[in-house]
Write a protein that binds this ligand. Sequence first.
Ligand SMILES: *Cc1c(COP(=O)(O)O)cnc(C)c1O
Length: 376
Amino acid sequence: MEFIDLKAQYQAMREGIDARIHAVLDHGQYIMGPEVAELEERLAAYTGARHCITVASGTEALLISLMAIGIKPGDEVITTPFSFIATAEAIVLLGARPVFADIDPATCNIDPGLVEAKITARTRAIMPVSLYGQPADMDEINGIASRHGLTVIEDAAQSFGATYRGKKSCNLSAIGCTSFFPSKPLGCYGDGGAIFTSDDDFARAMREIRVHGQSRRYVHTRIGVGGRMDTLQCAVVLAKLERFEWELGQRAKVAARYDALFSGRLGKIGRTRDRSSVYAQYTVVLDERERLQAVLHAAGIPTAVHYPVPMHMQPAYASYTEPDACPVALDMAGKVMSLPMGPYLDPAATTHVAATLLAAIGEQMPSRGDLLASSP
Ligand SMILES: *Cc1c(COP(=O)(O)O)cnc(C)c1O
């Protein structure tokens, strides 16, 4: 069993992906070819944001966004301690300081009730992460930001396609950033990412920063980076978009099946009715994680931990805050475990994972009657 089965996905979409790749090989415009603009138009329309700017990776999306809003040394950006390191990395690369506000243990997303107390005269932005594919509490965060004149950047690297109160993730705040890393819900075959905004000035700045700060060829109006997403990767995402909604439906079915099998027997990441998750991860919450990972591994079931150490306790980031600053994140880091997930995971495999895990914690599998009663 694979943790995320990218080979099955390729087999399912092989013709479309191959055709798109060959079209690029035939026209030969490997950098900023026509597929780049085509993808940007499709993704902007999908999210409802006015602009989409494709970039070299999710990390680059965060960095270019912070550069575009003018983050400089000494500035502070409030973010969650419980994310992939790229979230805090983009902040410190610009000489700014990440200020960590602890998470809500139910969802593992930043707790908006803890954000306002972290605001100082130096605060410039808030960067929530829509972890595991479920949007953060964006309305509450936008409200705080507008009261204090701050910019909100959603790190939506795991949540492209999710909805929140009728809107799409990536279009829930001034700026949204996503990643097309192969194992993300919408992945390419290398590195790639995208920024979304409806602000024309931010969009222009982002487009310039992406190409070394050029406003015209060899006219460098600002400091930039080499941050383009290449045409071949855009072509892969275009091909994968054809089945994306179907895939999200399949992910939701796998999650619903896990939910029914675990119901009342095992803790899991809580979900809120006003938003949907794209299940970048299906994550359970338990004690004795190491033992259970070993039991599953022995049964041929891969698992992963997102994330074993909160960012504020990583060696390179320890100087930015006190180690006991975010006790909830530290507690959850010891308890979360992600299970195999993906649109091509069949029901029998899902049942095998659940049966193995429940047996290992001494719980019975639900009966057929229980399953029918708990199905939505
Ligand atoms: C994957 C990820 C990133 C980085 O994306 P890359 O494309 O790998 O650079 C940033 N933030 C979060 C929350 C992620 O999951």
